[in-house]
Every structure is written in C-alpha cells, then in structure tokens.
Ligand binder design. Structure first.
Ligand SMILES: [Mg+2]
Length: 233
C-alpha cells in the first residue's frame, strides 16, 4: 500500500460483528417470548424484508421510522401482535447479542497494538442496538471512536455521514481516510460519494458478484489479507 492513511473507518455489521447470527437469534427470541415455535422459514422471511427495507433506506426512499415500523408488518398480521411491540422486543434482544465474526477481535487487537492508524467504527443503525452490541462484544476498547448514523442524522452512503466524521476529526483531507466494509451500496458507494479510498472486505472470501459502477481500491477476503494490506504485523 503506497498511501499513508491516518484514519480507518470500519463498518460494523459483517465486517466486525456477525449481524446475520445476531439477527437470527434476536428474531428467534421474539418468537420464543410469544410462545411460538421458531422456524427457518419465518426467519428467512423476516431477514429478507429487513434487508429490502435497509436497501430502500440507503437509497433514501424511506426513513428510519418507516423501516422500523414496517419490518414486522407481515408477522404482526399473522401473530396478531402490534408491530411496534414486536420491533421493541426484537431490538431489545438484538442489543444484547455479542456475536463477533471469527478473527475480528484478533484483527482489532493487532491493529490497535501496531499504533499506525486511528481506528473508528462507522456504522448505520440505531444508537441503542449498535452500542448494546458493541458493549456486549467488548469492542469499544479497540476503537478511538464510534460513529452511528442515527446520531449523525445521515446514513452511509450519504456524503453527509462522512462529512460529519471529517469535521469531527478536524481533518477534511479525504486522502487520509480509508473505508473498510462489506457492503457495496453503503460502504463502497459511501466512500465513492465522499471521495475517499475503500476496501471491499469479505470475511469469508465471498465477494459480491456484480461490482460494476463501484470504484474499489482494494479487496480483502479475510482478516489476514486485510492485515497484510494495512501492513499490520
Ligand atoms: Mg456491513
């Protein structure tokens, strides 16, 4: 790497924490609380709806309130429970989950120990669930700061999300920043929009198939590759 990045902006979900696992258990917990038997079918339906709503949010087609209000819509009808209550139960369960991706903590430890970069977590999400999960997984100690879309008032890939960070760190030179994340529509598009470099990270080595239209500076298919790329011993 021939650039001198000072600040690493690390995405949280599926970059450090295993959102898919946390989502599944949080959802299963809702069903259990209601005395319903958890099925993979219900979970996959919820996961699909939630994912589609997040995509719409990233495109600016809906706001956060609409996302939170509608993601339990079909289940609310089927189970006869108020969707706001379902969402509340889900969020409470999610906030307690500590599912780290395997290798994430060792990576952060090495990154912190080498002292080459200032480390920030930059994530979309509600403050309550993000901070709950970061505290539960004990990751805050590795980061110099945590930026959360709900608090900022803008979500990745909106340039306003990144401009808030540049202003907060008092450094508007985008060549000092490197965004690292798994998601094209938020992390990579956001970095492209904000004029900063980026790494497309795939913890399991499986990259998205269609990367057309995105400008990607680096690819890392494991924490080891990411560590090598960042020249972290
Ligand atoms: Mg992610």
């Amino acid at each position: 790497m021939d650039r001198n990045y000072r600040y690493l902006l690390l995405d949280m979900d599926m970059t450090l924490l295993d959102f898919k696992k946390s989502e599944k258990y949080a959802f299963a917990g809702v069903m259990e609380s209601l005395g319903l038997r958890f099925t993979e079918y219900d979970h996959s339906r919820f996961s699909h709806v939630n994912e589609e709503l997040w995509k719409r949010l990233e495109k600016g087609l809906i706001n956060r309130g609409q996302l939170l209000a509608t993601r339990f819509g079909i289940f609310s009808e089927e189970w006869g429970v108020d969707p706001a209550r379902l969402n509340e139960m889900f969020i409470k369960n999610l906030a307690a989950r500590d599912d780290k991706l395997p290798g994430a903590e060792d990576f952060l430890k090495a990154l912190k120990a080498c002292g080459k970069y200032r480390i920030y977590i930059a994530t979309n999400g509600p403050v309550f669930t993000v901070m709950g999960r970061i505290n539960a997984s004990d990751l805050a100690k590795y980061a110099d700061g945590i930026y959360i879309s709900e608090k900022i008032g803008a979500s990745k890939p909106d340039p306003a999300f990144f401009e808030y960070i540049f202003a907060d760190l008092g450094d508007h030179d985008t060549s000092h920043y490197l965004m690292i994340g798994d998601r094209l529509s938020s992390d990579i598009k956001g970095a492209n929009n904000a004029g900063m470099d980026c790494v497309l990270f795939a913890h399991d080595g499986i990259f998205p198939e269609d990367i057309q239209g995105y400008s990607i500076n680096y690819f890392a298919g494991s924490y080891k590759e990411l560590q090598d790329l960042l020249e972290v011993p």
